[in-house]
Ligand binder design. Structure first.
Ligand code: URA
Length: 432
């Protein structure tokens, strides 16, 4: 087989065979195909797209390029949840304990944050003592014991995806639906869960800027999941405005605990219940409404909170931070942002908020950068709320030397209008 023939075939819009796609993926993984040919291949895919069969073959080939976890010893109620990336997205910390309290097994490996979107592992590590690096044996033992284990990536999952993603990043081929869908799903399939719930986001802080594009991506990923023998549901949700009030690691854990204690931001609570209900409904084959009612019950009666507390304890984390007996370490400085005008808040731009959070020290531009767990932003006003000139909009927490720069950007996230803006629905569609 010749790589030049495969590139030409894709360039001319002919469907590739499973063997040809495997040839590309194996060659990329073993570094036998030069970057210039892989780049040409990726551009041909970007321009020509992929058929459903091609996308499934690409996904499976990438999943099989490294380790594939077998979670079957944990039963058939194993469920994973993935977000395409958001600002203030702490939903895993809430929906995973809810789903576990309902009998699902959430044995999940999560990533770190990069750029303006956060990562679950960083949030967990802001709980002092919490171990995110565990052996496979510990991972299985905790999942069996508690129905939940949230840790960092361990093992060599879908290495072909890392190689191809790095090339896509420098060849303007990231924004291709079959490439994004296969990239995400290859890692989910390698992670082993029988059931997968995807939170596909759209809006200023998301990869997909419109709900229509997010829907296309969601449909593609659900099809891949089904073809790979995984029950898959995608929830398409708004990321035009940040999720909840807090952005930044310790601040987000604190907010997640509030929701688990039955309080907190309504929108955030609503999304977590929706995700947890889908996780349960998919795993147990129950009607969504019935699962939603059960999810609400374990949130309200404290069972989900107890599951989270147990999980934190099992990972060596300081549970007094979760119960609220102790507070998280305070940031060195806090800077209050006041409104310079009166009017309705017509925009709280997620992407800008995410970038201001990175400037505060809550995120990283490169994977090697160290995070300040106490840094971040707390929004004091909601989208659509009326504010007067001089009202407090947000507080930025950071080291002293970072505060001014972060605050300067943060104020730009807010736009005002004299008319009340239309409400933004949180959940656009559920695809299953
Ligand atoms: N996230 C991924 O894992 N892959 C993509 O291609 C885009 C977002």
């Amino acid at each position: 087989m010749l790589m030049t023939d495969i590139i030409a075939k894709k360039r001319d819009g002919t469907q590739l065979s499973d063997d040809e796609i495997q040839f590309v993926v194996k060659g990329a993984t073993k570094k036998e195909i030069p970057d210039y040919q892989l780049s040409a291949f990726l551009m041909a895919v970007y321009l020509r797209g992929m058929t459903e069969k091609e996308t499934v073959w690409l996904t499976l080939a990438m999943a099989q390029s490294g380790e594939v976890l077998d979670l079957s010893p944990l039963g058939d109620k194993t469920v994973d949840k993935h977000s395409t990336g958001g600002v203030g997205d702490k939903t895993t910390l809430i929906c995973a304990p809810i789903a576990a309290a309902l009998g699902c097994v959430v044995a999940k490996m999560s990533g770190r944050g990069l750029g303006h979107t956060g990562g679950t592992v960083d949030k967990l590590e802001s709980i002092s003592g919490y171990q995110t690096k565990l052996s496979k044996e510990e991972f299985f033992a905790l999942a069996k014991e508690n129905g939940i284990c949230l840790m960092g990536h361990s093992g060599n999952f879908a290495p072909a995806d890392s190689i191809l993603y790095a090339l896509r990043d420098v060849t303007a081929t990231v924004e291709s639906i079959p490439l994004i869908a296969s990239s995400i799903m290859s890692k989910k399939i390698a992670a082993g869960a029988k059931n997968i719930v995807l939170d596909v986001k759209y809006g200023s802080g998301a990869f997909m800027k419109t709900p229509e594009l997010a829907e296309k991506l969601a449909i593609e990923m659900v099809k891949i999941g089904k073809n790979a023998g995984r029950n898959t549901t995608a929830v398409i949700t708004d990321m035009d405005i940040p999720l909840g009030k807090s952005i930044g690691n310790a601040l987000e854990v604190k907010e997640a605990c509030e929701i688990l204690k039955g309080k907190g931001d309504k929108r955030l609570r609503e999304l977590c219940l929706c995700l947890a209900a889908n996780m349960h409904s998919l795993s147990f084959g129950t009607e969504y409404e019935a699962s939603y009612n059960m999810a609400t019950k374990v949130l309200e009666n404290g069972k989900a909170f107890d599951v989270f507390l147990r999980a934190v304890k099992s990972h060596g984390g300081d549970t007094s931070l979760i119960t609220g007996q102790k507070d998280f370490i305070k940031s060195e400085a806090s800077l209050k942002i006041y409104s310079k005008e009166s009017g309705y808040i017509s925009e709280i731009n997620s992407e800008i908020i995410g970038k201001a959070a990175v400037l505060s020290g809550a995120g990283r531009e490169t994977l090697e950068e160290k995070i300040d767990f106490s840094a971040g932003i707390v929004l004091e006003k909601n989208y659509g709320e009326y504010v007067n000139k001089g009202d407090l909009l947000a507080t930025l927490y950071s080291k002293k030397e970072r505060a001014e720069k972060g605050a300067k950007l943060l104020i730009k996230a807010f736009t005002f209008s004299q008319e009340k803006p239309v409400e933004k629905p949180l959940i656009y569609k559920i695809i299953s």
